[in-house]
Design a protein around this ligand. Structure first.
Ligand code: UTP
Length: 302
């Protein structure tokens, strides 16, 4: 069955971004010129997704508003001679149907995905985390590669993987390859935040998945873990333990996942996207170079 639907969980509290994300969804934070979730939707549209189900929660209505066609704003831009800005609203016309459901209690990513069951039913589907961009300006086609692998191999799950530096492995869910780790390979297991010295690979789960509906059954059987949350990784491990095929697909060389969920990687993402801005990037680069060239004692926080 062709994969046409994506589930985008955006219901998390974003506590690691307080106070910034107290009253605005972290998925709406700007990275360069666009909010994070717009990059996610544009990436999915380019990869052939036609229907998109947001799993929303308290305080997240700005996300719904953002994807509305805003006729009043369009009329205002026309009336005030700002037609050139209409191009900035072209994303409103993307060939995508939007659906929304609520995760009424924030019981973790696995629980958020389970909230999609009544709509997704017996279809395969993509999961794309609403707080992560894949590739600079979301140019990654990894979801297309994952869908093709899913359709060709009969796997029950395909997971995007990013190579991370040795010192960072302990912060992620890490793939245990069955045999060698080629571009596409079968997983023997996943390890959540492995201890130093017990690291099975440098390949971290990178915010994009394709699942058969079997994952719902596993999520229903998954007991709450740390913090009372139902972990998606635990449900994928259950698939593997049941003898189901679970594949990993590496991000293309040079592509990375931009995780907006903590300040360190959010700042890095913003700077990288702003430096690559066709209009303002060059001036920003000169400004940053000038800041960095200042003697250490003249830098406010050094
Ligand atoms: P995170 O794992 O970053 O969790 O979510 P979080 O709760 O949003 O953030 P912290 O840990 O409090 O800082 C990854 C993605 O899954 C969604 C989030 O909105 C984000 O896009 N999510 C997470 C849900 O939809 N529901 C949840 O219960 C948890």
């Amino acid at each position: 069955m062709a994969v046409d639907v994506a589930v985008v969980p955006v219901a998390g509290r974003g506590t690691r971004l307080l106070p910034l994300a107290k009253c605005q969804p972290k998925e709406m934070l700007p990275v360069g010129r666009k909010p994070v979730v717009q990059y996610v939707v544009e990436e999915l549209a380019r990869c052939g997704v036609g229907r998109l189900l947001f799993i929303t929660g308290p305080g997240k209505t700005a996300i719904e508003n953002h994807f509305d066609i805003d006729e009043t704003l369009i009329a205002h831009l026309r009336e005030t001679g700002k037609e050139e800005l209409l191009a900035e609203l072209a994303f409103e016309r993307a060939d995508i149907e939007y659906f929304f459901t609520r995760q009424r209690r924030q019981l973790g990513l696995g629980h958020a995905v389970l909230c999609a069951k009544p709509m997704v039913g017996q279809q395969p589907f993509v999961v794309a985390l609403g707080d992560s961009i894949i590739g600079l300006h979301a140019q990654s086609r990894v979801v297309r590669v994952m869908i093709d692998q899913f359709e060709e191999t009969g796997a029950d799950a395909v997971i995007a993987l990013e190579e991370v530096p040795d010192e960072d492995v302990v912060r992620y869910g890490i793939a245990v390859p069955r045999g060698g780790a080629a571009e596409v390979f079968e997983l023997a297991d996943l390890v959540e935040k492995p201890a130093v010295g017990e690291v099975p690979s440098n390949l971290a789960i990178a915010a994009r998945y394709v699942f058969s509906p079997r994952i719902f059954h596993c999520l229903e059987q998954t007991p709450p873990g740390k913090g009372g949350e139902i972990q998606l990784t635990d449900a994928i491990r259950m698939l593997i333990q049941q003898g189901r095929k679970v594949l990993g697909v590496r991000l293309a060389p040079g592509q990375m996942r931009f995780d907006i969920g903590n300040f360190q990687s959010y700042f890095q993402a913003f700077v990288e996207f702003a430096l690559a801005d066709p209009q303002y990037g060059e001036a920003l680069r000169a400004h940053v170079a000038e800041l960095l060239a200042r003697p250490a004692e003249d830098r406010p926080c050094s």
